[in-house]
Design a binder for this molecule. Structure first.
Ligand code: SF4
Length: 464
């Protein structure tokens, strides 16, 4: 998963992009980068580094090294390649069309096949990431900007929300299935494209609309020059896990905030567990918070915060190795003994992936005197890996793919274990229950909305 943002027609473009990236930091903590254009042809500059946005982009870098009128930015975590500086985005090239840069969120599922063809034609690659093939396709395509971009992205399969910079022109693209979010907003005379609405609002901008599946939008000097569908989308398959885990609670998705969707997830969970008896409902911070609130309101069981989160430790799920993930879980959450000791607890988390983090948290609670723990998750069991840009591991590492719910309950040492049903999750994520949004839910069903190369599965295993 990654976060992307672009802004045009603004003399503080790189400063605004850096602030937007800070708001999108939860989408990737491994590296960050900004590309800026100063209004002249072929004067593009890119600055990337490993680590957090706040550590990379000082005032000096933004104002002295990255002045310009249009900029794009990226925060990254690894899905299809190695976690290293060479793969930090945006990627910038100089080609027959001049300077072009791209920032990508998602996974191109036919990139190995395209890469092989390009290599046979003599292409030279600087990175190992899937995104680079797009720049090669752009460089090898002839025509005006609209033709170059649409012909190039038509060759790609899978998940890609993109922001592209060509001189001072900002371009947004969303794949045919609309897996990853990309929204349009405006601040004064500048347009913004971003992964989440919160990144627009934090800049004082206004969210206008979502970029549609299969849409390309071209923006220049505060005007939308063109906006069209490059190929007909059959059905939207927005990633439902965005609402369960990834997106910020204050972002709007399909007409409601993520917070509202998560409160509804908790309400439905409480309905599924209507006979449960407990002293308190407690979230695993932060993503379990609003689902626990919804559960407490519906069940009338007291809501309590029994974990204190260390905000200086990153999100455990998006760390690229198991060793780092386990250490992070212990560092990140400490229980408040007075809250949990002697209590029967409904503990709400967003999901179980490998089960190791959940086991550690439950042990910590029991060590602090918790009595019965009823563990409830605001999504169904994850039984399949994601090939559309989220770092769920291969099937054999997913606890729910390998063990029954009873076995997981025993492994975690909890009194009961409940998963939100897929129907209830879809209801929670759709604004209207009689007009349900269509989602990708492949990690819960194993039914993938698109085909992908077998090699992608092998590659994902190698990255782990
Ligand atoms: Fe999202 Fe799961 Fe689909 Fe991946 S497989 S896009 S995580 S719903």
């Amino acid at each position: 998963m990654c976060g992307i943002i672009g802004i045009e027609n603004n003399n503080k473009a790189s400063v605004l992009v850096a602030a937007g990236l800070l708001t999108l930091q939860h989408r990737g903590e491994e590296s960050a980068g900004i590309t800026v254009n100063n209004g002249q042809k072929n004067t593009m500059k890119t600055f990337t580094a490993m680590g957090l946005v706040s550590r990379i982009f000082s005032e000096e870098i933004l104002c002295s090294a990255l002045p310009g009128k249009a900029a794009i930015g990226h925060v990254r975590y690894t899905t299809s390649d190695k976690s290293s500086l060479i793969n930090a985005q945006p990627f910038q090239i100089n080609c027959i069309h001049g300077d072009i840069a791209v920032a990508h969120n998602g996974n191109i599922t036919n990139f190995l096949e395209i890469r092989k063809k390009l290599l046979n034609k003599g292409a030279i690659f600087n990175h190992t990431s899937d995104t680079e093939i797009l720049l090669h396709l752009i460089a090898m395509t002839k025509g005006n900007l609209k033709t170059i971009i649409s012909k190039s992205v038509r060759k790609l399969h899978g998940a890609f929300s993109l922001v592209i910079l060509k001189n001072n022109i900002l371009i947004g693209v969303k794949d045919l299935n609309g897996f990853r979010p990309l929204v349009l907003g405006k601040i004064a005379k500048s347009f913004i494209l971003a992964s989440e609405t919160s990144a627009i609002e934090v800049l004082g901008g206004k969210y206008i609309r979502d970029i549609a599946p299969g849409e390309i939008i071209i923006i220049k000097d505060g005007h939308i020059m063109d906006s069209f569908i490059y190929a007909k989308s059959k059905k939207q398959n927005a990633c439902i896990f965005e609402q369960v885990y990834f997106s910020r609670p204050d972002s709007i998705m399909f007409g409601q905030t993520i917070k509202e969707a998560r409160v509804k997830m908790g309400t439905y969970l409480a309905k599924q567990m209507k006979n449960i008896q407990a002293d308190i409902v407690m979230p695993v911070p932060d993503t379990g918070y609003f689902a626990a609130l919804g559960f407490a309101r519906e069940s009338k069981i007291l809501f309590e915060n029994g974990f204190i989160r260390n905000h200086y430790v990153g999100r455990s799920f998006i760390k690229p190795s198991q060793h780092l993930r386990s250490m992070t879980a212990r560092l990140k959450l400490r229980p408040i003994k007075e809250v949990v000791s002697g209590k029967d607890i409904v503990l709400i988390d967003d999901s179980i992936v490998r089960g190791t983090t959940s086991k550690i948290l439950i042990r910590i609670l029991k060590d602090s005197g918790a009595h019965n723990i009823h563990f409830a998750l605001s999504c169904p069991p994850i039984i399949s890996s994601c090939y559309y840009g989220i770092d769920t591991p291969q099937k054999q590492h997913l606890i729910a793919a390998m063990y029954s719910i009873k076995e997981i309950q025993q492994y975690l040492n909890v009194t009961s274990l409940t998963f939100l049903s897929l129907d209830n999750l879809i209801n929670a994520c759709s604004l209207k229950t009689n007009n349900k949004q269509t989602f990708c839910s492949a990690c819960f069903t194993g039914i993938y909305p698109t085909k992908f190369e077998k090699d992608i599965i092998v590659l994902k295993e190698q990255v782990k």
